[in-house]
Design a protein around this ligand. Structure first.
Ligand code: FAD
Length: 642
């Protein structure tokens, strides 16, 4: 039948949630998050289980791991996956929804939270298809006795904390000729009148006014609902357009990427670069503002990457530029959009570049949701620990030198603050707490990460997230490193000295292949202009917050960007590259500085500088002129007095 789960996307989510006649519960997930994949069957089962409730409350999913959705996930403030949000019916303005507050994510708990949420609606905003879920009084029930009615009336008698009555009410909202109500088991005489001896029970009043207790084999929701749905004359009614929210299923992408042959004994730069691209443009981009511990972690991560990433020149230069820019910024919080502008090279600084393609090679999965980013993140951090061990001096003068744990600690903080998979982050934190402090040398840091990665491999072997083409095994396998494996009294053991040697080779620059990497492409002038205009517009139009502060921060950022740009351009001029000089001039002529709301062109600014230099020169000349004159004057009069 029709899919009860609404697959939402950037183009459909707002339309679905705004002014909807039904409430929504949406799971924001990431296709690269193992726990989300493991949870998918539960979520789908839930959608099937409450399919009959869809005119009152609907179930949706949105994949934040898809690049086209990351802007949307940022708007909804989604940092971790999976995140569950409730959205009330008939919301008139954009809202980020209410976080799910259940004790666990079991199907039954989520279903009960959905009922609580429906009951939290005001009378006016309650979905029209949802009847009252509050209990009726015993007198109301008694008043129905012996009265003819156009429909059956079922009364589910239950205890106060039972959800069965409410679940049965919702199960039958799409059925006609029956009304379901719930009553509580407080009043003894009322229970006696109905003949109820245990709860939950169901008392059924027929349209002719007769009534009686229904005998159920088991007092379960499914038994009650199924019995009531099968009563003669009770049938599913066609829903009115007002009751049925529009279907918003997004079209699934049918693009199939061709398989790329690769050598598993090699490291592919395409994986590392695609990982960096995803990290900067997708994972981190869900954070609107970086401040405090998050900003510190980000700065440190950029620093170690700039110093240790054994990448192509344009990528390393991008990381270095970002690092310099972050160091030069006097702000204690930075809007991530500003960082993205630099990553996307909005300033058109020549020679810096980071691919925008997620082109996995050694990290490709046999299905699109398998492997990919998490695989590349492991590889990135292994590479950084190995590079730190091979050339610790690279970190000199960064404030991070001399600490063999530094890459691991930054990885720990990165995973804690930014890694979308929360459950993975918790597991990693437990391992770090246990033994990261004992790491004393750069080599031990390499081995610590190798060992912990194998612990994760062991835990996930046979898991739903395992790619059948890439089983989770203890790594490196004997075919990759025979010397790493030994046997002691018939038991397998690792030769750690060999493992270290293997790691240092596997994650070294010499073992990197550049096949499948994207070459630098220049994006058009118009794109630059449009993007900057859009950024300005966004910053100024953002609702809430202090507009002046935003403008001020923007100025500081621009100022800093410009300084950095000028510095870089200065270097190019020294290099004597005519083309770059011209592009610098061209670039400069398009920049302007906003001060007190007035836009000064670079011609204005240049005039100021020229006038400033000229007046300084004039003052200096005057100063020397009078000094020489006064000296002469002193000499003349001193001599005469002697
Ligand atoms: C910090 C972290 C914690 C995670 N925790 C979880 C979790 O709790 N639950 C979950 O479902 N997913 C978790 N993941 C994701 C999971 O570990 C895998 O990344 C994902 O399942 C993809 O697996 P893969 O087959 O690509 O191999 P990965 O485990 O991602 O490994 C990538 C590559 O690294 C190399 N490699 C493998 N083992 C080692 C090793 N010991 N040392 C050095 N290199 C090695 C191999 O070339 C391998 O192909 C975590 C990811 C990270 C980065």
């Amino acid at each position: 039948g029709e899919d009860p789960l609404s697959v939402l996307g950037a183009g459909t989510v707002r339309r679905a949630l705004l002014n909807s006649s039904a409430a929504w519960v949406v799971q924001f997930y990431s296709s690269s998050c193992g726990h989300c994949i493991a949870f998918a069957p539960t979520w789908r089962a839930l959608a099937g289980d409450v399919k009959d409730w869809e005119s009152a409350i609907r179930i949706g999913v949105l994949d934040c791991g898809e690049e086209e959705n990351y802007e949307t996930c940022k708007e909804y403030g989604i940092h971790f996956y999976p995140t569950f949000r409730f959205f009330k019916a008939f919301t008139k303005q954009f809202t980020t929804g209410e976080n799910y507050k259940g004790a666990d994510r079991e199907l039954q708990t989520v279903r009960q939270m959905m009922i609580n949420f429906l009951q939290n609606h005001s009378q006016e905003s309650r979905p029209p298809a949802c009847p009252s879920l509050d209990p009726v009084s015993s007198s109301d029930v008694i008043s129905l006795f012996d009265k003819r009615a156009p429909h059956y009336t079922a009364i589910v008698v239950e205890s106060n904390n039972s959800y069965i009555g409410r679940e049965v009410i919702l199960d039958l909202i799409q059925y006609e000729n029956i009304v379901v109500k719930r009553a509580l088991n407080f009043d003894k005489s009322f229970l006696e009148k109905l003949g109820v001896t245990s709860v939950p029970s169901c008392y059924l009043m027929h349209p002719n006014g007769s009534g009686g207790l229904v005998t159920m084999l088991k007092p379960l929701r499914s038994f009650f609902s199924s019995y009531l749905k099968s009563l003669p004359g009770v049938r599913k009614k066609p829903l009115s357009p007002l009751e049925l929210p529009a279907k918003e299923n997004r079209e699934e992408s049918t693009e199939i990427k061709p398989w790329k042959d690769f050598d598993k004994s090699k490291l592919y730069m395409a994986d590392l670069e695609a990982g960096l691209h995803y990290l900067f443009r997708v994972e981190l981009a869900t954070h609107k503002m970086l401040e405090g511990a998050e900003l510190k972690t980000f700065k440190d991560f950029v620093t170690i990457s700039a110093k240790l990433f054994p990448g192509r020149q344009p990528v390393v230069k991008l990381l270095e530029t970002l690092q310099e820019w972050l160091v030069s910024l006097p702000l204690d919080k930075i809007p991530y959009d500003a960082i993205l502008d630099l990553v996307n090279n909005k300033m058109r600084i020549s020679g810096i570049f980071l691919t925008k393609r997620t082109e996995w090679v050694g990290c490709q999965g046999s299905r699109p949701e398998l492997r990919g980013y998490t695989c590349s993140l492991w590889k990135l951090f292994h590479t950084l620990t190995v590079q730190a061990a091979l050339r610790p001096a690279a970190l000199l003068n960064t404030g991070l030198e001399g600490n063999p744990q530094i890459v691991l600690q930054i990885m720990r903080r990165y995973i804690h603050h930014f890694f979308g998979c929360r459950a993975c982050a918790q597991h990693f934190e437990e391992m770090a707490k246990e033994s990261m402090d004992s790491v004393q040398t750069w080599d031990k840091a390499v081995l610590w990460l190798w060992e912990k990665h194998n612990v994760v491999n062991n835990r996930l072997a046979g898991d739903l997230t395992e790619d059948p083409k890439f089983p989770k095994v203890q790594w490196p396998t004997p075919d990759l490193c025979p010397a790493c494996h030994e046997e002691m009294k018939g038991l397998h053991s690792w030769n750690e000295a060999q493992v270290l040697q293997f790691m240092k080779h596997h994650y070294s620059s010499e073992n990197i292949l550049y096949r499948y990497t994207e070459s630098q492409t220049e994006s058009s002038e118009t794109e630059l202009k449009d993007a900057r205009e859009e950024k300005d517009k966004n910053l100024l139009e953002k609702p809430g917050g202090n507009r002046e502060n935003v403008v001020l921060s923007q100025e500081k950022l621009r100022d800093s960007e410009s300084k950095l740009f000028n510095k870089l351009m200065g270097n190019h001029v020294k290099d004597g590259s005519k083309g770059e000089l011209e592009s610098a001039k061209h670039q400069e002529s398009r920049q302007s500085v906003i001060f007190l709301g007035i836009g000064f062109s670079n011609v204005d600014m240049s005039l100021c500088v020229v006038l400033y230099v000229a007046s300084s020169l004039f003052l200096m000349i005057m100063y020397f002129f009078f000094r020489v004159r006064s000296k002469r004057w002193k000499v003349k009069y001193y001599r005469s007095s002697v």
